[in-house]
Design a protein. Structure first.
Ligand code: VGL
Ligand code: ZN
Length: 201
């Protein structure tokens, strides 16, 4: 059984949003077209409380994209984004959501960020996604969405560690830092991840 995991295709990550991924809107029709090829489709939403630790605005004297330390690990400080219940946290209006069997929300704890769909950045708490997919007998997990170099990458990393056979769909994803993405792709390949475009699904 194969599932598609659609990561964070939300208004704030689309041009016009507060943490826009360049050309983030381009992947929406691609993701809509591929969903029919999967036994199951699940999605994530970045879903932060207003006073989340990852927002620069919540740290006196800090600016967007500064780095601090949280639980002994580096934490980039982001513009306020994907606040629970706001328009910016909604899925892109053109994203077809009718096939989504479940939506996993992450980054909900005020004191820790969560890039991966599976665990927070400190690996303190699971979202339950791994158990969900295993109970549904999913072996192969195709992953796409925003941003390829952050939440998509960390989701793939945890999925591989959880034992899923992972495929990254490159043309159904966009990176925040396109220039640095070759390095991330090499890390994916080193993990044994297959990288494809949507026309070979
Ligand atoms: C993301 C930065 C902060 C992402 C989420 O979805 O890639 N990036 N929160
Ligand atoms: Zn976030």
């Amino acid at each position: 059984m194969k599932a598609l995991l659609i990561v964070d295709v939300q208004n704030d990550f689309i041009p016009g949003g507060s943490l826009a991924v360049p050309e983030g809107n381009h992947i929406v029709p691609v993701i809509n077209a591929i969903q029919e090829h999967f036994d199951m489709v699940v999605a994530t939403q970045d879903w932060h409380p207003e006073h989340h630790i990852s927002f620069a605005a919540n740290h006196v004297g800090k600016s967007n994209f500064d780095e601090i330390e949280v639980h002994g690990k580096p934490q980039t400080l982001w513009p306020v984004h994907c606040v629970q219940g706001t328009l910016g946290a909604d899925f892109h209006p053109d994203l077809v959501t009718k096939k989504f069997e479940a939506i996993f929300r992450k980054g909900t704890d005020i004191g820790i960020d969560s890039y991966s769909a599976f665990y927070d950045n400190g690996h303190l708490k699971s979202t339950g996604l791994s158990g969900y997919l295993k109970e549904k007998e999913i072996k192969q997990l195709f992953v796409c969405g925003l941003a390829s170099d952050i939440c998509v990458y960390f989701s793939i990393y945890d999925a591989v560690k959880a034992g899923f056979d992972c495929v990254f769909i490159e043309d159904a994803s966009k990176a925040l830092d396109h220039g640095g993405f070759t390095e991330i792709k090499n890390k994916m390949l080193a993990l044994g991840v297959k990288i494809i475009n949507s026309d070979s699904i």
